[in-house]
Design a protein. Structure first.
Length: 151
């Protein structure tokens, strides 16, 4: 795995809001973990990694400003572990679309957990900037689902 490929993975984590990403190719393995405080940690473990690449990888952590969440956005996060649904049923439109104005209490999505459908509502008034997970994706507790620009 090249440093450029690792940089692309870090960018992917930053853009999607995924909490953790682990990729393995042969004996090479990289794990990227993002905390929503802004820090992104890159682990390149194992004997398959040449020692010469470790300093470059560690330097990568320090010079990656794009890995920090944009401070002007509010992230609607999953309060539970479950499955993300963008609409009330497959034949219905999504609860919200990118660019749509939302107010507190507006249903953003449903998280199914243990056969229970839990409506996730907006906490702030704003505009949906991005949806950070795909329909039917499993989500974790605290995982960012939507980025909302407050108005």
């Amino acid at each position: 795995m090249t440093i450029e490929e690792i940089r692309e993975l870090i960018q992917l984590v930053a853009e999607t809001g995924v909490a953790e990403l682990e990729v393995q190719r042969g004996e090479n393995k990289v794990r990227i973990r993002q905390s929503f405080g802004g820090d992104t940690t890159v682990y390149v473990p194992g004997p398959g990694v040449p020692v010469a690449t470790l300093p470059a990888t560690l330097a990568l952590k320090a010079d990656t400003p794009a890995a920090k969440p944009e401070p002007t956005l509010i992230y609607a996060k999953s309060p539970i572990v479950g499955t993300f649904y963008e609409s009330p049923s497959p034949d219905k439109p999504a609860f919200v679309r990118i660019g749509e104005h939302v107010t507190p209490g507006k249903v953003l999505c449903i998280i199914e957990s243990m056969k229970l459908m839990n409506e996730i509502e907006a906490d702030v008034e704003g505009v949906i900037e991005s949806r950070l997970v795909q329909n039917f994706d499993p989500v974790e507790y605290g995982e960012a689902l939507f980025a909302i620009r407050p108005v």
